[in-house]
Design a protein around this ligand. Structure first.
Ligand code: PXL
Length: 275
């Protein structure tokens, strides 16, 4: 299993089991050195809590980058998630351009929308700017809502493989590299992940009746951890999909835990699948 220095850039939602509070433990559990760059600190995530606080750390980003440059710090992988503003995307673009080793793997999860809607603080200008950032990545991990927003293809709830291929082709034609499209479901009992490097591959598994918050971040983090530890794209996507399913099953029926999934007890299972 290879050991890498991975930089992940996303917010800290103090409560809510998403972004950095899942990326850091999951990447560490995958045996990877994890460097964090918090884009903002929020009291909670924005998906259902009211009156959350938001401390924007945009202005700290170039100062932190400059210090790392002085120290000669470079990364084997850079994985970005939820970002707070257009200005942050500009800074992150520069980090992708300058802070990676020659072999650096750049992974961008647009983390801006789900279920046909943008998250509360974003607008279409942000979505289109995010599409530009995605073109700098080796691997992008959108869900179908994010892919539709970035391509202008209307989002629909029911679709077939032809529609999914149209969305992926539009992403690729716009200049994106490997696409991992999450939450792709062709029937009521299964869902899965499409991995499109040079051809269409689909990993499908059982679908639960209800979606959960933060699962996109858990998928992207465990995918990044598995891929950087040496798994193939498709195997890493499968490991991440099974991990997300396990975490959701572990949370099902706990109404008080509406804001995220109880991923921590499932970490040993994730590690087992990496060996
Ligand atoms: O899980 C994505 C995410 C990350 N960070 C914050 C969010 C969300 C989704 O709503 O609000 C702050």
């Amino acid at each position: 299993m290879s050991y890498n220095k991975i930089l992940t850039i996303q917010d800290i939602s103090c409560v809510g089991q998403c972004s950095l509070t899942v990326a850091l433990p999951i990447l560490s559990a995958c045996g990877q050195e994890t460097v964090i760059l918090p884009s903002a600190v929020l009291s909670t995530h924005t998906g259902g809590f009211k009156e959350f606080t938001f401390r924007d750390l945009t202005d700290d980003i170039p100062k932190i980058q400059e210090h790392w440059q002085k120290e000669g710090i470079k990364f084997d992988a850079i994985y970005t998630g939820y970002l707070g503003s257009l200005k942050q995307i500009n800074y992150v673009e520069d980090i992708l351009d300058t802070m990676g080793k020659d072999s650096c793997v750049k992974i961008v999860d647009p983390a801006m929308a789900d279920n046909g809607k943008l998250y509360s603080i974003f607008d279409m200008e942000y979505a289109l700017r995010m599409a530009e950032l995605c073109k700098k990545a080796d691997i992008v991990i959108p869900n179908i809502t994010e892919a539709c927003l970035m391509t202008g293809i209307p989002y629909v709830e029911k679709y077939d493989k032809e529609y999914v291929l149209r969305v992926i082709n539009a992403l690729k034609e716009s200049g994106m590299n490997t696409v991992i499209l999450t939450g792709i479901s062709y029937d009521d009992s299964t869902t899965g992940v499409v991995v499109y490097d040079k051809e269409y591959q689909y990993y499908s598994h059982k679908k639960l009746s209800k979606g959960s918050h933060g699962t996109g971040d858990i998928f992207a983090s465990s995918f990044t951890g598995a891929y950087m530890s040496g798994k193939s794209l498709f195997d890493a996507a499968g490991i991440a999909a099974e991990f997300v399913l396990k975490c959701m099953e572990n949370t099902e029926g706990d109404a008080e835990h509406w804001y995220g999934v109880k991923f921590e007890p499932c970490i040993p299972e994730l590690i087992k699948n990496l060996i």
